[in-house]
Design a protein around this ligand. Structure first.
Ligand SMILES: [Zn+2]
Length: 231
């Protein structure tokens, strides 16, 4: 009788241990799956909204909108799309404040140093700087992608984005150009500067400030980035 009782007790203990192991195993699997649900992004991109603070950049001919405003709107739209596609994003600015130190005697120099510091301290592999163009001749229009001379990966990225924009965005130039811009020259990462369009062209300005066009533009920009990663 006593022996039987002990046998039952041992069986019960074993059953409890097994149940506990299953529960613990289940939890481990659950947390592993949860952790894998948002893995570390394979690629991270710096999105740079050009200008900011006292530097408004170009001004919309009809709407009067500051380029710095529009650059930020495009940067935020691109950020949101990138994140949906699993890319990590580092922003140089997420509001209308300038990147310069407010007490700096030379704000332009201070701003440039800050942009470089954000780019170089990030773990990003590419940099996308967003701008809006302006030209005295109001007929000038169309997006243009630039890269730094001697930066082969920047050139490949620029060509990929140029081709992608050219497919879906009217007047977007397919051929990428060399551009002498600090934001491109300050890093060895694959950098491009995208002039999204001309605020000096009334028709293009109207498109650039519309929500639908902004999303369409950023989506096609992202397609060019994703194609570059596939290369
Ligand atoms: Zn600009």
């Amino acid at each position: 009788m006593k022996l039987k009782f002990l046998t039952i007790k041992r069986k019960t203990v074993l059953a409890v241990i097994l149940t506990m192991l299953i529960i613990v195993g289940g939890f481990t699997t659950f947390f592993t799956v949860r952790a894998n649900a948002s893995p570390k992004p394979l690629h991270t991109i710096v999105i740079d909204a050009g200008h900011g603070g006292i530097d408004g950049g170009a001004v919309g001919k009809t709407s009067g909108i500051d380029e710095s405003h529009l650059n930020l709107q495009y940067a935020m739209a691109l950020k949101s799309l990138c994140e949906k596609f699993g890319l990590g994003v580092v922003m140089t600015r997420s509001d209308m404040n300038g990147l310069y130190d407010i007490s700096a005697p030379n704000k332009k120099k201070s701003e440039m140093a800050k942009r470089k510091q954000i780019i170089e301290s990030s773990n990003a592999d590419i940099v996308v700087s967003l701008h809006m163009n302006s030209f005295p001749l109001s007929s000038a229009r169309g997006a243009q992608v630039y890269y730094a001379i001697g930066n082969d990966s920047g050139k490949a990225l620029a060509e990929s984005v140029g081709a992608s924009l050219n497919q879906s965005i009217d007047y977007a130039k397919k051929t990428a150009k060399v551009g002498d811009y600090y934001v491109l020259n300050c890093t060895n990462k694959a950098g491009i500067l995208v002039e999204c369009g001309f605020l000096s062209n009334a028709e293009e300005e109207k498109l650039l400030i519309s929500e639908d066009y902004k999303i369409k533009f950023c989506y096609n920009l992202l397609c060019g980035i994703l194609k570059f990663y596939e290369m």
